[in-house]
Write a protein that binds this ligand. Structure first.
Ligand SMILES: NC(=O)c1ccc[n+]([C@@H]2O[C@H](COP(=O)([O-])OP(=O)(O)OC[C@H]3O[C@@H](n4cnc5c(N)ncnc54)[C@H](OP(=O)(O)O)[C@@H]3O)[C@@H](O)[C@H]2O)c1
Length: 261
């Protein structure tokens, strides 16, 4: 992980929220960053916006639920910027409801999007992505405090994020001798478009207004407010740095004290 040469970094789901903040901050620190999302226009616009900020960014439309698309993404990222030194598995979705009423389709899609995608992208980066050819690497998975505690009306989401934490711990131990670290970052409540959709869902489930749900959530957070995407990106940037070489197989919260485990 030389600090001299720019590294090749891949961030999934980077047209919005946390992924966008991560892509921007890694690129601002000097990495060459490849991004993806499902909406091709959003990928194009995000690449243009970040380039306008003077950053080195490329991107490709990719749905992380499909292995062939993930392989094409990783091949394209390597072709653009060289062997991938930093992978941030960020793409994800919310989803839940009364568990007895959850359809197969919803359950499978939440777990596929949030958990299976992390395996798919990681495997591709470790093979065609070239990470193992480098002296060191960084894999950072955006899980959630819901990956450590159960969230009411969020069984598929909680299950998927617990899976991400388990995958992280197992792979971190497996790859420790190689110089590749694997860690999970667990945000609590972060103000993003997903957070807005989550508040809408709870407002509808509980028959309350979104403002009431926001107030209820904020009162649960010792800090008294949502975290920002930039605060999550700050920990990702640290875990991606040379200084974090001995941190692996961990799941670390950015949550204003919401989870203290
Ligand atoms: N916000 C929070 O409070 C919070 C808390 C804990 C954890 N997290 C986690 O943080 C991550 C980012 O969340 P966010 O709040 O920033 O969400 P967001 O604002 O909804 O952004 C999600 C990003 O992922 C992309 N994406 C979604 N499904 C995808 C797929 N199948 N393939 C490729 N890209 C996909 C979206 O673009 P397209 O729709 O165009 O694909 C978008 O760029 C997620 O893993 C989430 O679970 C968020």
């Amino acid at each position: 992980m030389g600090t001299q040469a720019p590294r090749s970094a891949l961030v999934t789901g980077a047209t919005s929220g946390i992924g966008l903040a991560v892509a921007r901050s890694l690129a601002a620190a000097g990495d060459h960053v490849f991004i993806c999302a499902r909406d091709a226009d959003a990928v194009k616009k995000t690449v243009e916006d970040l380039r306008d900020e003077g950053l080195t960014v490329e991107g490709l439309r990719c749905d992380v639920r499909y292995t062939d698309e993930v392989t094409a993404l990783v091949v394209a990222a390597r072709a653009a910027f060289g062997p991938i030194g930093v992978l941030v598995n960020n793409a994800g979705r919310s989803g839940g409801g009364v568990t007895a009423d959850i359809s197969d389709e919803l359950w499978l899609d939440v777990v596929d999007t949030n958990l299976h995608s992390v395996f798919r992208t990681t495997r591709a980066v470790l093979t065609v992505g070239g990470m193992t050819e480098l002296p060191a690497g960084r894999i950072i998975n955006i899980a959630s405090t819901a990956g450590k505690q159960g969230v009411v009306l969020g069984a598929p989401y909680s299950a998927s994020k617990h899976g991400v934490v388990g995958f992280t711990k197992a792979l971190g131990n497996e790859l420790a001798p190689t110089g590749i670290t694997v860690n999970a970052v667990c945000p609590g409540y972060v103000e993003t478009p997903m957070a807005q959709r989550v508040r809408q869902g709870y407002a509808s489930a509980y028959g309350r207004t979104e403002a009431e749900i926001l107030d209820q959530f904020q009162r649960k957070i010792p800090l008294g407010r949502y975290s920002t995407p930039e605060e999550v990106a700050g920990l990702v940037g640290y875990l991606a740095s040379d200084a974090a070489a001995s941190i692996t197989a961990q799941a670390m919260n950015v949550c204003g004290g919401l989870g203290n485990f």
